[in-house]
Design a protein around this ligand. Structure first.
Ligand code: AMP
Ligand code: MG
Length: 500
């Protein structure tokens, strides 16, 4: 179709890998696309000049009805361990890759439509997305970005004007996702399963070129790339833990090699703290529970190591040894990032005369007290960020979060003793704590309310207000205290669902 197009100068480097890596396929046009939201800020980073275009045009483009002539759409193939069981062939079943766009700062980002119709990899699925999961991913991924967590992002959400069949008929939507890479651990597993070393190498070269260009000159670029992936994943999961984020479906096909949070399905931010919290309705055994996440990260990276082994060394024993050395670094890196992060959340600096184990124990004691007292994760750290080192005058709001306030009193004594060993002033410490302990996170019940209003009443205002609040998560906003609050008993969301 020849329409004056929003400027989308796609590059298609993935295409050059060859047809073993994808199926070329076009999005299936939708009946009546209506723009829900367009991310102007992200569009600006991509140098997209959307100003000259009306909403209808954006809706046509970001529903897949209009395909830019520089795009050669395709669905990527991958495999993956789903809940520990290997599935030799998955792939983009409801997503279509449009290509790569350069950011104004030089790096490039991949653009994908999600919910854009069936592909060779759809199996029994309809290739479509329901509105609810699209709004959910839009809110959560953009909140994560504002919380400084590496993540795929949301460029646009469009109503299709069509219904999709889920438990009942619901409105359909298409989400435009942006990522540093859509290559997953499962992408490597797909070729490893076929013993196709040439393709493993081609894919690794592509990933290095795209995401780890500095590694090209390493003695063995594949080992260097693997190490970088491992370290990024350790840092990422430490960040999730520090925000009470539960991904919910950490299958190897949902783990990006670029170290970004990807595939927002049944994920959720915790309200009341529980080490073993699970929200996902399909995670019966808690495989992906909050506290299981760091271990699962390592398990997934071990699957990546197995897939990359032929590139590590001709001698497979030597390759295994190299892989193990790097996997051990995951544990050190994760523990370090956990400690640094939680210290910072509590306003503690790393100082010479406090050994890490001592702080580790202090921080673990806080989490245990929170768990024993159903304290809200986000509010605990928010209120802690307001406290003075020498007086307990402002402690009340924090105490009120704990079923037994004595539990936090005891901990605060220890915390104040610890603070007395370093030389921060209250203002400085509070400012730094407030810059990393959010006031607002996308709370499940708020996200649910936004979805209900949109799905049940075609009212998107709840979604837009919530989105705006989450744009400035560290700033207390006037009239928005409701968004800070955990759910009332009748608002608690017990389970979250896959986007399927
Ligand atoms: P997920 O666990 O949500 O990442 O999805 C697992 C696999 O199922 C992926 O290969 C998806 O592409 C595929 N899938 C999920 N939902 C659908 C759908 N509605 N239609 C086709 N494929 C789907
Ligand atoms: Mg997935």
């Amino acid at each position: 179709m020849n329409v004056p197009l929003i400027n989308l100068p796609f590059k298609n480097r993935y295409l050059e890998l060859g047809d073993g890596f994808y199926e070329k396929c076009k999005p299936l046009a939708v009946a009546d696309p209506v723009l829900i939201k367009f991310n102007e800020e992200l569009a600006g980073e991509l140098g997209l000049s959307a100003d000259d275009h009306d909403e209808q045009h954006l809706a046509e483009v970001f529903s897949g009805n209009v395909i830019h002539d520089t795009s050669e759409p395709l669905a990527m193939v991958y495999a993956g361990h789903q809940f520990g069981h290997f599935n030799p062939q998955l792939g983009d079943g409801r997503a279509i890759y449009l290509g790569e766009l350069d950011r104004v700062d030089g790096a490039s980002l991949d653009i994908q439509l999600k919910g854009s119709g069936r592909t060779r990899y759809s199996r029994g699925g309809d290739g479509r997305s329901a509105l609810g999961p699209v709004l959910r991913e839009y809110l959560l991924s953009e909140a994560m970005h504002q919380l400084h967590v590496p993540t795929t992002r949301a460029l646009a959400a469009v109503l299709t004007g069509e219904q999709v069949v889920r438990e009942q008929m619901v409105a359909g939507a298409v989400m435009t996702r942006v990522a540093s890479s859509f290559i997953r651990i499962g992408s490597f597993q797909y070729f490893a399963m076929k013993n196709d070393v040439q393709s493993i190498k081609a894919l690794a070269d592509y990933v290095i070129d795209r995401n780890y260009p500095d590694m090209v000159d390493a003695a063995n670029p594949y080992i260097a790339m693997f190490e970088s992936v491992v370290l990024r994943q350790a840092d990422l999961i430490a960040q999730w833990m520090q925000l009470g984020f539960i991904h919910g479906v950490m299958n190897t096909d949902n783990m990006s090699v670029a170290g970004e949070t990807i595939d927002y399905g049944p994920c959720a931010f915790m309200d009341f703290f529980d080490h073993n919290q699970v929200y996902s309705s399909i995670d019966q055994n808690g495989r992906y529970a909050y506290s299981a996440q760091p271990g699962i990260g390592l398990w997934n990276l071990s699957r990546l190591a197995e897939s990359l082994l032929p590139l590590f060394d001709d001698d497979s024993d030597k390759g295994v040894e190299l892989a193990q050395e790097i996997l051990e670094k995951y544990i050190t890196r994760y523990s370090g990032a956990w400690l640094t992060g939680f210290r910072a959340k509590c306003g503690l600096r790393s100082i010479a005369d406090v050994n890490p184990e001592e702080d580790q124990a202090l921080l673990a004691a806080l989490l245990d007290a929170m768990a024993d007292n159903q304290a809200d994760f986000t509010l605990t750290f928010y209120h802690l960020s307001q406290l003075d080192a020498k007086t307990n005058e402002k402690d009340m709001a924090l105490r009120e979060l704990f079923a037994k306030p004595e539990a936090i009193d005891a901990w605060l004594l220890r915390w104040r003793q610890r603070l007395s060993r370093e030389s921060t002033n209250d203002d400085e410490r509070q400012a730094s704590m407030q810059s990393i302990n959010p006031v607002y996170i996308p709370r499940n019940h708020q996200v649910e309310a936004a979805i209900r209003a949109a799905e049940d009443h075609n009212d998107f205002s709840v979604f837009h207000v919530l989105y705006d609040v989450l744009q400035k998560p560290y700033e207390r906003q006037q009239g928005k205290d409701d968004y800070m609050m955990p759910p009332k008993p009748d608002e608690v969301v017990q389970a979250t669902f896959c986007g399927t």
